[in-house]
Structures are given as C-alpha cells and as structure tokens.
Ligand binder design. Structure first.
Ligand code: ZN
Length: 207
C-alpha cells in the first residue's frame, strides 16, 4: 500500500519526529533548488534517518522508506506507480521547474520499470499561479527555460509543471492538484507571505 501526506502549519517541519512517519526509515532531500535525484536502495538503509545532500528528489522501490520533503510555497510533488511499487518525491520551486525536475524523476521511474500510464502525480499545497509575482527579468528567464508562456508579471509553477508532465506523456487524469495556496491560506507556511523560516512537510511511503 502506498500512503502519502501533505502537512500544514499545525505540525512544523522543525518539530517533526521520525516516529510520526509510517515507515521505518526516513530519507530527506537536502533541497538545494536543483534537479539531482537519489534512488534509495537496500544498501542505503544503514541509518533510520538520512538527509541526502545536494538532491531535490528521491525515488525508491523499497517498502518502509519515507521520502520526506519540506516546503513553504515551493511545490511538494509526490509520484507513484502502485502497480510496480515505485514512489518518488520532488521539491520544485522556480529553479526546479526551470530544470524540469519532473522529467528527471519520471525518466528515472521509467528506467526502474514504471509504466507511464500508471504513474500518478500529486502536487501539494504551494503558492498558486496568481500569487507568485516576479520581476520581468526573472519571468523572461523562466519562460525561456521552460518554453511555457506565463501571465505577465507572474510565474505559474503548477501550470508549467502540468505542461511538463503532459509533454512526458502523463495525462491530466493522472495529475492531481489539491489547489491549496500557501500564500492565501493561513493554515500553511508561506515564505512569500511573511518570509517565514518554518516549513510544512510532506511524505510518501510504501507500507
Ligand atoms: Zn494564491
């Protein structure tokens, strides 16, 4: 069985205990706004809690391994092919989307025997497409990198991710989006709202 979870500000990342998580092992992406990925394999199960440096995405076939993310506006993205028992988690902000981190994750999942039509992707609470205002320079850079047109003055992360996933062959029926905006909803940490250092956490696990 695959279990996934998107948290809110009632359980801040800073107070997260691994005992709250369902799996025996917990792997945390360090999250450096890149697109590097780590496949968690049997040999990696040495410590119960591991922070994987320099990665923004984690993939595994193993059971009992929590793949954990922390966010406050960036998008926590969880992936699963329940038939093949493959799961993944990716942290995607502006730079991660520019680097097409979803492509990196989906290609790795396919390499590990996932079937495209069985991959379900869920985007969690994050800043919505109407609240991420940026300068013209940043927007131009984003548009050039992604080749996805943005509303003037804004970056539309979720729209862009959806198009990137569609381009990979993942159809909208397999793309879930809970539509919670961290900026406008007081139950979520939002870096852009008040420059908070707090984060909510999300995870996916096979149990
Ligand atoms: Zn919003």
């Amino acid at each position: 069985m695959i279990k996934n979870y998107f948290g809110d500000n009632s359980h801040p990342w800073a107070t997260l205990k691994t005992s709250y998580l369902p799996g025996e092992y917990s792997f945390f992406a360090q999250q450096v706004h890149g697109s590097n990925l780590k496949v968690v394999e049997k040999d990696d199960l040495i410590a119960k809690k591991v922070v994987v440096p320099e990665v923004d995405a984690l993939v595994t076939k193993l059971k009992n391994v929590n793949l954990v993310l922390k966010t406050a506006d960036c998008i926590p993205i969880l992936f699963a092919d329940s038939k093949q028992g493959l799961i993944a988690a990716a942290h995607a902000g502006r730079q991660g989307v520019q680097a097409n981190i979803c492509q990196v994750v989906v290609r790795k999942m396919l390499e590990l025997s996932a079937q495209l039509e069985n991959i379900i992707v869920e985007m969690g609470p994050a800043i919505c497409d109407m609240h991420y205002q940026v300068s013209e320079d940043i927007q131009t850079e984003f548009e050039e990198a992604t080749a996805v047109q943005q509303l003037p003055g804004f970056i539309q992360l979720k729209k862009t991710i959806r198009i990137q996933l569609n381009t990979l062959g993942i159809t909208n029926k397999n793309i879930l989006n809970n539509n919670i905006c961290t900026f406008e909803n007081p139950n979520y940490f939002s870096y852009r709202f008040n420059r908070t250092k707090q984060r909510q956490f999300s995870y996916i696990v096979r149990i």
